[in-house]
Design a protein. Structure first.
Length: 134
C-alpha cells in the first residue's frame, strides 16, 4: 500500500493542505507501527493513534466546514455528511477485534483511512477550490 502526500492533493488553500498533510502523517505513523516487527503488543499505541486521528480529523473538519461556510459553498451539507461518516467509522472501531488480531485489524483501519482521505481530497475538497475561484 503506497500512500502519502502528493502534489495532486493540493487544494490551493494553504491551511487545508497543511492539515491534510498532518492526516497523512498520522497514517504514516500507523503504517510504521504496523510494520514494526519488534513491537509485540501494539494495542496501546494503536489506541493512541486512533485517538490522535479522531481528534485531528474533528479539528480539521471543523476548520474546513467553517471555510466552506465563509465562501458560501453550495455543497456544504453533503460534504459535512462525508466528514460525519468518517468520524462515525473511527468511533466504531471494534477494540475487542483489534486486540485479537492487531495487525490485520490495523491494516484494515489504515486502508480505510488512506483510501478515504485520498478520495475525499481528490473528489470533494478540490471542488471547494473550484467554487471559491468563481
Amino acid at each position: 500500500m503506497l500512500f502519502g502526500w502528493k502534489d495532486e492533493y493540493g487544494t490551493g488553500v494553504a491551511k487545508i493542505d497543511e492539515q491534510h498533510k498532518k492526516l497523512f502523517e498520522i497514517a504514516g505513523k500507523t503504517y510504521s507501527l504496523l510494520n514494526d516487527e519488534f513491537a509485540i503488543d501494539k494495542y496501546d499505541r494503536i489506541i493512541e493513534l486512533i485517538n490522535e486521528l479522531r481528534e485531528y480529523a474533528i479539528f480539521h473538519f471543523k476548520f474546513e466546514e467553517e471555510y466552506m461556510l465563509s465562501i458560501g459553498y453550495k455543497k456544504f451539507f453533503s460534504h459535512k455528511v462525508e466528514h460525519d461518516d468518517f468520524i462515525e467509522k473511527i468511533n466504531n472501531v471494534d477494540y475487542a477485534q483489534l486486540d485479537k488480531e492487531q495487525d490485520v485489524y490495523l491494516r484494515h483501519i489504515l486502508e480505510f483511512v488512506v483510501e478515504w482521505i485520498s478520495n475525499h481530497i481528490l473528489k470533494l475538497d478540490k471542488k471547494i477550490l473550484q467554487f471559491s475561484d468563481k
